[in-house]
Design a protein around this ligand. Structure first.
Ligand SMILES: [Zn+2]
Length: 188
């Protein structure tokens, strides 16, 4: 029997099988290298209702965010978002800086069309408040990304391996931003 959705299999040295549904409707099965295709198919069939539930939830969120397209923020609402972003980014930055053993100076919350975050050479961090509308793993990725610049002021392999040591699945969040980042601008 064919599933009503396609899925992608990513083999790695992991020991267990896991299913991931991303907001763009992609279903990814992560499996150990020697796992047979028939086992994976059976596993997916078993989890079908769980997958469907997530897919329809993301579908609904997409419909809702499109409905928001017409909305515009009042100054008060915008200030509210910025204040919320300041709280969220302050606590996340403190949390991850401790884990990563890095320091930073001040946190600025900004609204820049082309940037999600930045790190200055003297250790000040900027974050785009619109990220608070994104899934939490995306915020975590941007925070860890900027903090990793406290060690590597570049986007080298060494830089990304620092990120990976803290967030092994960071590629999903990075991809989400590339694919869906524009959707954070539908409310203006
Ligand atoms: Zn960077």
């Amino acid at each position: 029997m064919k599933q009503p959705f396609d899925y992608e299999i990513i083999y790695s040295s992991r020991k267990t099988v896991a299913i991931q549904v991303s907001p763009d409707g992609r279903v990814v099965v992560r499996a150990p290298k020697r796992c047979s295709r028939s086992f994976i198919d059976a596993f997916v069939r078993q989890k079908e209702s769980w997958i469907q539930k997530h897919l329809s939830r993301f579908e609904q969120q997409k419909a809702e965010s499109q409905a928001q397209r017409q909305l515009s923020l009042s100054d008060r609402e915008r200030a509210g978002y910025i204040a919320a972003a300041r709280d969220i980014f302050s606590s996340k930055t403190a949390f991850y800086a401790r884990i990563m053993g890095v320091s930073y100076k001040r946190i600025f919350i900004r609204e820049q069309k082309t940037r999600w975050g930045s790190c200055s050479s003297n250790g000040n961090l900027n974050f785009n408040w619109r990220l608070i509308i994104a899934p939490e793993e995306v915020l975590d990725y941007v925070v860890v990304h900027e903090l990793a610049h406290r060690r590597e002021m570049n986007h080298s392999k060494a830089f990304y391996s620092i990120i990976e040591s803290v967030l092994p699945d960071y590629r999903n969040a990075r991809k989400w931003l590339r694919d869906n980042g524009q959707s954070l601008w539908t409310v203006i």
